[in-house]
Design a protein around this ligand. Structure first.
Ligand code: GTP
Ligand code: MG
Length: 284
């Protein structure tokens, strides 16, 4: 399976981000805590050159708690400021605001020394589609300023949102990059729902998810769907497991034949929304 999604609106978004970068002090990169490696867009390094940087591991509520901490420690060890965040509950808000202040400390002090008052920190919020950029902004703003949605490609253009006298955030559309070096990256991004589902073959994607889940925590699928433990190395084995999930969830075509497409959509949906538990796919 060859996954790639780089439509014209992303090229346009990158251009918009380049044009606005001169106004920006800080670039806050929103990653999905379940896949901090795959959700890191390599193009951001070029875009954000010479800017202050910070990483937010969002959707921390969907990722494994122990592995979440490992990631924060890892980033600290390489000198990158990273904080865990859950945009649904605002868990981590105080740590986050102090991390922003800490990251921008020098700029704030420099402004003060020069007698510049009332100049806010301007931060661009960037990341791949559907990681929760707009939700994160609304959360900080304590109001529904930006449009959010449970699918990739919701934000279409730029939008400035004032958080306080000290902080303004720029919402941007989610961007991917022209080619994934490793197809594993494409798969992981597909699993979490950051690629337009219309271009994804959901059954094949579900087979891959079954294979990956079986490797990470083999008890998850049997526990959730009441099926027997089984190996998931070959496509036939994965299809067998998906068939059992279909039967368990009564996904049938006309007659008695299991509907694998329906079961695949259900499995992906349950993984994405955390119904299978808090599962991190990547570890430092
Ligand atoms: N569980 C959980 N869900 C979240 C969190 N943050 C955002 N979401 C959900 O993720 C989905 C996508 O959120 P958006 O804020 O629209 O994502 P975005 O990054 O702005 O997406 P694009 O504009 O399409 O690039 C929504 O259904 C949110 O409710 C979080 O921390 N935890
Ligand atoms: Mg958005």
């Amino acid at each position: 399976m060859n996954i790639q999604w780089y439509p014209g609106h992303m090229t346009k978004a990158v251009r918009m981000m380049e044009e606005n970068m001169k106004l920006i002090d800080l670039v806050i990169e929103i990653l999905d805590a379940r896949i901090p490696v795959s959700s890191r867009n390599p193009d951001i390094d070029r875009l954000a050159k010479n800017k202050m940087r910070m990483v937010v591991l969002n959707k921390a509520d969907l990722a494994n708690e122990t592995i979440n901490k490992e990631w924060v420690n890892y980033y600290e060890s390489i000198g990158v400021k990273a904080v865990l965040y859950n945009s649904k509950s605002r868990e981590g808000m105080n740590t986050l605001l102090s991390a922003i202040r800490e990251t921008c400390k020098e700029k704030i002090e420099r402004d003060r020394r020069r007698g510049i008052k009332n100049r806010s920190v301007k931060a661009m919020i960037v990341g791949i589609p559907n990681v929760g950029k707009s939700t994160f902004i609304n959360n900080l703003a304590k109001r529904n300023a930006a449009v959010v949605g449970n699918k990739p490609g919701v934000t279409k253009g730029k939008q400035w949102i004032r958080i306080s006298n000290e902080l303004d955030l720029l919402d941007t559309p989610g961007i991917l990059w022209p080619k994934f070096d490793d197809q594993k990256i494409g798969l992981h991004i597909g699993f979490i729902g950051s690629i337009n589902d219309e271009i994804l073959p959901s059954e094949e994607l579900a087979y891959e998810l079954i294979r990956v889940l079986n490797g990470i925590s083999p008890e998850v699928l049997p526990a959730r769907y009441g099926i027997a433990s089984a190996t998931a190395d070959t496509e036939a084995e994965c299809a067998g497991i998906l068939g059992e999930i279909a039967v368990n969830r009564k996904c049938f075509k006309k007659g008695e034949e299991p509907d694998l497409k329906k079961a695949a959509d259900l499995l992906l949906d349950e993984f994405r929304s955390g119904k299978l538990g808090r599962i991190s796919l990547e570890r430092p």
